[in-house]
Design a protein around this ligand. Structure first.
Ligand SMILES: *Cc1c(COP(=O)(O)O)cnc(C)c1O
Length: 370
C-alpha cells in the first residue's frame, strides 16, 4: 500500500505569514532574549490560559526539571516512576539525587501512591511523579504521603498542558509542576519548557536560577544555569496559543474516532481517563494484550509496513538504561506493572493534521490483525 507516511505526532505550525510580523518586531527591537517583551507576554498569557498563578519559561523542559529540583534544594533520594521519558530520571542524576523507582498503577500507568511509603528512607526528600500521557496522577493520595513524611512533590507535567480536573488546572498540585514545549508536545515553542509555581517568592528564585543566579548587574546569589527562553521561541508560543482551541478540538475528535472504532476490537485496550474534566489527548496509548493474534512488536512492524509510525512509549523502561539498571529499585521484580505495560503499549498517531481517512487507515490495520 503506497500511502503517505503517518507519524505518531507532527508539530502544528500556524500559517507562516502570521509569524512574519513578530519576526519584524524582534528585528526592530533588537531584544533577542533575557526576559524581553515576548517572554513577559507569553508568561502572562500562559498563566491565564492554563489557570495557574506563576510560570517561569525555560529553553527546554529538562533544564526546567533540573532547575525545579535546585529551586527546592532537593537532596538525597527522590521517588519517581520508571514509566516515563528518560529525562525525568536524568534530571535527578544531574541534580545529584539518587532516583528510587516505584511501580505504577495498572489503570493509569502513573506512580502508584500505595507503593510510595515502602520506598521512603531517611534520605528521601521528594517525589517526582509524571502525569503520564496527560492523565492526572492520584494527586491527593500522593500529597497525603508527602505531607506525612514532609516530602516535596515536583510533577513532571510535560504531557499535561491544559489538563484540568474539578479543581482546575492539574498543574496547581504539588510544590512545582514542569512543562515541556518541545516540538512533539501538544503546545510547542520549537524547544521550550516552564515551571509552574504557586508563589511569587519561588518564581523569583527560579528566575534567578535560570539566569546564572543574577539578581542585578553585579549580584549573583546562586550557581544558576542559562535556561532562558529566547524571544523567537516566546513569540512563536504566543502565536501557537491563538491556534490552541483548534489543536485541542481536532485531537479530541481523533481520540473519539479511535475510542469508537477500537471499542470492540478484541485484546486492544485503550487506556482510560483518570478523572480529568479537560483532557489534552496528547497521546493515544493502547495496550496490545497477549491474546491479540500478533505480538505488540509484530503489530508495530505491521503498522510500519502500511506507513503508520506508531511508537512504543514507554519502552524500554527508564530502569532498563545502563545508568539506572543496577539500582536496587530498578529490579523488574520491584516493578511488575510497569514491566508488563512496557511490553504491551503502543502510542497511535494523533495530531491536528491527521485526517479522518488517516485515522481509519490506522484502525483498519489494527482490525485486520485481530
Ligand atoms: C518531553 C519530556 C521531557 C523533556 O522535555 P524537553 O523539553 O524535551 O527537554 C521530560 N519528561 C517527559 C515525561 C517528557 O515527555
Amino acid at each position: 500500500m503506497k500511502n503517505k507516511p503517518i507519524y505518531v505526532t507532527q508539530p502544528y505550525l500556524p500559517p507562516l505569514d502570521e509569524f512574519i510580523p513578530h519576526l519584524t518586531q524582534i528585528w526592530d527591537n533588537k531584544v533577542l532574549t533575557n526576559g524581553g517583551p515576548y517572554h513577559q507576554e507569553l508568561e502572562k498569557a500562559l498563566c491565564e490560559y492554563l489557570g495557574v498563578k506563576h510560570i517561569a519559561l525555560f529553553s527546554n523542559g529538562t533544564l526546567a526539571l533540573i532547575t525545579a529540583l535546585q529551586a527546592l534544594r532537593v537532596t538525597g533520594e527522590v521517588i519517581t516512576t520508571p514509566y516515563s521519558f528518560v529525562a525525568t530520571a536524568h534530571s535527578l542524576l544531574w541534580n545529584g539525587n539518587r532516583p528510587v523507582f516505584v511501580d505504577v498503577e495498572p489503570g493509569s500507568l502513573n506512580l502508584d501512591p500505595a507503593k510510595i511509603e515502602a520506598a521512603i528512607t531517611p534520605q528521601t526528600t521528594a517525589i517526582m511523579p509524571v502525569h503520564c500521557y496527560g492523565n492526572p496522577c492520584d494527586v491527593h493520595a500522593i500529597q497525603r504521603v508527602a505531607d506525612n513524611y514532609n516530602l516535596k512533590v515536583i510533577y513532571d507535567a510535560a504531557h499535561a498542558f491544559g489538563v484540568r480536573d474539578d479543581h482546575g488546572s492539574v498543574l496547581n498540585y504539588g510544590d512545582l509542576s514542569v512543562l515541556s514545549f518541545h516540538a512533539t508536545k501538544v503546545f510547542n515553542t520549537f524547544e521550550g519548557g516552564a515551571i509552574v509555581c504557586p508563589d511569587a517568592k519561588t518564581k523569583q528564585r527560579i528566575d534567578h536560577l535560570k539566569n546564572f543566579g543574577f539578581v542585578d548587574e553585579t549580584t549573583v546569589v546562586a550557581p544558576g544555569i542559562n535556561g532562558k527562553m529566547s524571544e523567537i521561541n516566546a513569540a512563536f508560543g504566543l502565536l501557537q496559543l491563538k491556534h490552541l482551541d483548534h489543536i485541542m478540538r481536532r485531537r479530541a475528535e481523533i481520540a473519539e474516532i479511535y475510542r469508537q472504532e477500537l471499542h470492540d476490537v478484541p485484546n486492544i485496550v485503550c487506556l482510560g481517563d483518570t478523572g480529568q474534566i479537560v483532557a489534552n489527548n496528547s497521546y493515544f496509548p493502547i495496550l496490545v494484550e497477549s491474546d491479540y493474534p500478533m505480538s505488540r512488536d509484530a503489530l508495530y512492524a505491521q503498522l510500519k509496513e502500511y506507513g503508520v509510525n506508531a511508537r512504543r512509549y514507554f519502552y524500554p523502561l527508564i530502569t532498563d538504561f545502563p545508568m539506572y539498571r543496577s539500582l536496587p529499585s530498578a529490579a523488574q521484580s520491584n516493578l511488575p506493572v510497569a514491566t508488563k505495560a512496557a511490553l504491551k503499549v503502543l502510542c497511535l498517531p494523533i495530531y491536528p493534521a491527521l485526517t479522518d481517512e488517516d485515522v481509519f487507515r490506522v484502525v483498519s490495520v489494527l482490525k485486520r490483525g485481530a
